[in-house]
Design a binder for this molecule. Structure first.
Ligand code: NAI
Length: 702
């Protein structure tokens, strides 16, 4: 695996061969380079074509090599491009498929390029908080014009080959070949070899000029635009700077500037966070003891039990993926209500122009409502989303066990109940699994896949693959109260409560954590989700663990009937029909009374303490979750928080953030918090994993 070499008459064809996308890993670069040498040395060869095997030309850097010394080993991408540019024989790119990042930079180093129709071409580095670092920011503007190049580099989005070929004056593509782009490139290379035989120099993109009518005004405008759009990410602005350096400067100077900016971004916490998230997402799909080739069960038809808030959203995920759904309720009116909500959701999308009327109708046609379990018997998967009550779950699972065909998967969407107990209501616990969706289930990316004691490996593998099909990020969790996400968020809310008692207002806490980057602070979040949910959990929790310390403010709030937006009042006041959170004097009085009742003299608390107590509460509980094997790795916890809880992407998730702060410092902060008499001292004992890593000077990611 690397690159293949063949002769087609007097033209050498080098085919990049590193599935799945011909990433430019060490072997591929080395073999491509060797092929080039061989072609140049062979007197019978007059020109070279470089193309990609399979469906891609090249997807760019080989992600398997990221951060390893192999990524930089010679020939590195720069050197390979240089070698191509210096070839005395014409080198022609036959862009047969996806051409991205380093793949495009490689092609830009060749003398000519032909592309197949409809091929995606992109420089997506910005999506990892980087910029193209092998000349892309200097060559692309020279090839397609400054504005087209900047749009591509700042957005990272792909543009079709046909569209690029139509850009006036472009020098990127000689032409788009209707079919057999390699054959066309071979013929083209042969013609060019004859043309250049007389000594006419080979064209190089680096020799072109990048021009703009009014570069100063244009780049200023671009900087302003980018600043507004990407305020927490430095890369887009650096992309503008790099492209600006392609105009009116020597190519080599621009290249040096690109290098400097690239290295700066490589070290930035934002890029580290984005790369971490990129790898964490891939890692989440891998389960240590479930091999990738584990057989999967076929899921052609799905049943959803309960057409409430969650059931409706869950059903939509499958309809969107073209999978038929039968949805069951106990009573006709509940069924009608559920269906009406699904319709309303789709109609809103149609109105906004996000969904074609015809697609809406196709999706609804896949949905079959029913009141009888008999209609579920040919489903391959049933997902239960009925009331959060063990008795109700028991009735449902016993009925499912009766009617579902052998081998069907039985899933529960429970957010707090014991999946092992639920599995025990059936005669097939190996087929039972938790599929914990987040609300709104048709929107939120996260799916916690809860693996029970008895859950079969092929059931797990099937559900993980299915999650990809319905475009969810699936993370496996073991069975415990709250699974990964909610178990951690409970500690976060507990800290938020202590902060109120010790001197904060809800608005102050929310503001601090929102400034940190959370989409929504704990109190606005509580008002949105309904404070009564946590109330119900606390009633149970503090009966089970009577000694556990927590602030009663949230209970008092619920006793006032302030459940949140749905009752028009929660931690904040709300005006009818609006969602703006208005600080409530009544709530502040309640907090003051509560402080007096528990004998706490309020103090001024700064934003740093607020953020650390909230975020490190997540970190410590997260470390316990890894310790206990509920999550198989720390990066899974980051995925849960990035995709399900609005944790800021540019910080990479709580565990990644702790790494960037240094685990030694995190532990030190916890020791400080443990000395606060109004906090829960026991909680702040660092989890064994965290204590060990901090003592060894290591990080979660290592
Ligand atoms: P919901 O109250 O909106 O919907 C439950 C639906 O189940 C109702 O339409 C009800 O008529 C129906 N139902 C009750 N018993 C039934 C039975 N025996 N057979 C068939 N249908 C029955 O509740 P929601 O919020 O949709 O929650 C459902 C499940 O999802 C619960 O287990 C909950 O813990 C879980 N969950 C809820 C989340 C949320 O944010 N609301 C998030 C993640 C999970």
């Amino acid at each position: 695996m690397g690159a293949k070499y063949e002769l087609r008459g007097d033209v050498a064809v080098i085919t990049l061969d590193n599935p799945p996308v011909n990433g430019l890993g060490y072997d591929t670069r080395r073999e491509c380079s060797a092929g080039l040498d061989r072609a140049i040395d062979d007197a019978a060869v007059r020109a070279v074509v470089i193309t990609g095997g399979g469906r891609a030309f090249s997807g760019g850097a080989d992600i398997k090599e990221f951060g390893s010394p192999k990524a930089l080993a010679e020939p590195n991408l720069h050197s390979l491009i240089r070698q191509i540019e210096n070839s005395p024989k014409p080198v022609v790119a036959a862009i047969n498929g996806t051409c991205m990042g380093g793949g495009l930079e490689l092609a830009l180093g060749m003398h000519y390029r032909l592309a197949a129709a409809g091929v995606d071409i992109a420089l997506p580095e910005v999506k990892l908080g980087l910029l193209p670092g092998a000349g892309g920011t200097q060559r692309l503007p020279r090839a397609v014009g400054v504005e087209t190049a900047l749009n591509m580099i700042v957005s990272g989005e792909a543009v079709k080959s046909d569209l690029l070929a139509a850009v006036p004056g472009q020098k990127l593509l000689e032409r788009v070949a209707a079919d057999d782009v390699v054959g066309a490139a071979v013929q083209f290379a042969r013609d060019k070899a004859a043309e250049h035989a007389a000594g006419k120099p080979l064209p190089l993109v680096r020799r072109l000029e990048a021009r703009h009518r009014d570069p100063d005004a244009y780049f200023q405008f671009a900087r302003n635009m980018v600043k507004g759009m990407a305020k927490n990410f430095p890369a887009p602005a650096k992309c503008v700077d790099a492209v600006a350096a392609s105009v009116g400067r020597r190519f080599e100077d621009g290249l040096a500037h690109e290098r400097e900016l690239f290295l700066g971004l490589m070290m930035s916490p934002e890029s580290k966070a984005l790369r971490h998230a990129f790898f964490a997402e891939r890692a989440a799909a891998k389960i240590p003891d479930v091999p990738e080739d584990t057989p999967q069960r076929k899921i052609a038809k799905v049943a959803v039990i309960g057409a409430g808030t969650m059931g409706g959203g869950i059903a939509m995920n499958f309809l969107n993926a073209g999978i038929p759904v039968t949805i069951l309720e106990m009573k006709q009116e509940a069924l009608d209500r559920g269906l009406a909500t699904i319709r309303r959701n789709y109609e809103a999308q149609v109105k906004k122009g996000k969904l074609a009327q015809e697609k809406y109708e196709q999706r609804m046609a896949l949905l079959a409502p029913t009141l009888g379990y008999d209609d579920l018997k040919d489903a391959d998967l049933a997902i239960e989303a009925v009331f959060e009550d063990m008795g109700v779950k028991e009735t449902v699972f016993r009925q499912l066990d009766e009617v579902m065909k052998p081998g069907a998967i039985l899933a529960s969407n429970t957010s707090t109940l014991d999946v092992d107990r639920i599995a025990g209501f059936t005669r097939r616990p190996q087929d039972v699994i938790g599929m914990h969706f987040f609300s709104p289930a048709n929107v939120m990316k996260l799916l916690e896949v809860v693996r029970g004691k008895a859950t079969a490996k092929d059931v797990l593998a099937t559900v993980m693959a299915l999650a990809r099909k319905i475009r969810k990020t699936a993370v496996v969790s073991g069975v415990c109260d709250g699974f990964i996400g909610n178990r951690m968020i409970e500690q976060y809310f507990r800290q938020a409560g202590f902060l109120l008692e010790e001197g904060c207002t809800p608005a102050q806490v929310d503001r601090a954590i929102e400034k940190f980057g959370f989409a929504m602070g704990p109190f606005r979040m509580g008002d949105l989700a309904g404070n009564d949910i946590g109330w119900a959990i606390r009633k149970r929790r503090y009966v089970e663990q009577p000694g556990l310390r927590y602030s009663k403010t949230a209970d008092l709030l619920c006793e006032m009937g302030r459940y949140g937006q749905k009752t028009g009042a929660g931690w904040y006041d709300y005006q009818p029909g609006r969602r703006d959170a208005i600080p409530s004097p009544q709530v502040e009085e309640m907090i003051v009374r509560q402080r007096a009742a528990v004998g706490i003299a309020p103090r001024k608390i700064d934003d740093e303490e607020i953020v650390q107590r909230l975020v490190y509460a997540l970190v410590n509980e997260g470390a316990k979750i890894v310790d206990e094997g509920i999550a198989s790795k720390a990066s899974d916890i980051d995925m849960v928080y990035l995709t399900g809880y609005g944790f800021p992407l540019y910080r990479g998730g709580p565990m990644c953030y702790a790494d960037t702060q240094g685990l030694f410092n995190v532990v030190q902060a916890m020791k400080r918090f443990a000395r606060n008499p109004h906090d829960d001292q026991a909680f702040w004992q660092p989890a064994p994993l965290l204590a060990r890593l901090a003592a060894e000077g290591k990080s979660f990611s290592a």
